[in-house]
Design a binder for this molecule. Structure first.
Ligand code: ADP
Ligand code: NI
Length: 216
């Protein structure tokens, strides 16, 4: 199948799989990561076909497997791409990206081994910061039944900020434990520039939040 319809068919497939998901991995998250990834790839010498497919497929299994099985995503992506007769080297590269992006193992800041992977990871992280990131964080916290903020529970800096989803800290703590750290972890110049504005917006949000908290 030519690249354009193959990407569109994949987008339709993911849309039907993830629509209406409530914990932050719904279709519109994938849609935004796809658009961010294209914007970043425009400024890089990257294989756009790989970038687009990996962005579309990066959360293919996350909605069902919250138990840390990081082989589920690559397996589901492979089955889908094989059904469309995509060539093996392309499938391998996409599965590697999905595996590396969902790796939440000990202590490492999830290295991505290819440029295409770094672009998709930047795009995914951009969707965790700024106005959208704030919305997603509170949606995730609500989904888990967390408090919005509790001045008595201080943020903790985790060795690996991906690995504490089971902790039940208030959502505001997530900003200090992960979201405010993301701008310095962007790989590409384009994502760094996009992250800067989103980061400042989160800083302004937090300032206003505390201002209102104390009725000032
Ligand atoms: P992704 O890597 O696809 O962005 P994650 O599974 O890491 O997805 O997180 C999904 C969304 O939920 C993100 O916006 C993330 O910031 C948010 N999130 C994850 N953990 C927490 C948490 N402990 N508190 C609040 N929001 C969280
Ligand atoms: Ni994602």
């Amino acid at each position: 199948m030519p690249h354009t319809p193959l990407i569109q068919t994949t987008a339709n497939h993911i849309q039907s799989l993830l629509s209406g998901e409530g914990s932050g991995h719904d279709w519109w998250h994938v849609y935004r990561v796809w658009q961010n990834a294209k914007a970043i790839a425009n400024n890089e010498q990257a294989d756009l076909f790989i970038v687009e497919l990996a962005a579309l497929l990066h959360d293919i299994a996350d909605h069902k497997f919250h138990n840390g099985d990081d082989t589920a995503g690559p397996r589901a992506a492979r089955a889908w791409l094989e059904s469309l007769q995509v060539e093996e080297p392309t499938i391998q590269h996409i599965c590697l990206i999905i595996k590396e992006i969902s790796y939440k193992g000990a202590g490492t800041s999830s290295a991505m081994s290819t440029l295409e992977g770094r672009i998709v990871q930047d795009a995914d992280r951009l969707d965790a910061i700024g106005a959208i990131g704030i919305g997603r964080a509170f949606a995730f916290g609500g989904h888990k039944g967390r408090e919005m903020y509790n001045p008595d529970i201080k943020p903790v800096l985790h060795e690996n900020f991906e690995a504490y989803k089971t902790a039940s800290a208030p959502t505001i703590n997530h900003f200090y434990e992960k979201l405010l750290l993301l701008k310095d972890r962007m790989h590409t110049k384009t994502a760094k520039a996009m992250a800067e504005e989103r980061h400042q917006f989160m800083e302004a949000f937090l300032k206003q939040f505390y201002h209102e908290w104390d009725g000032l």
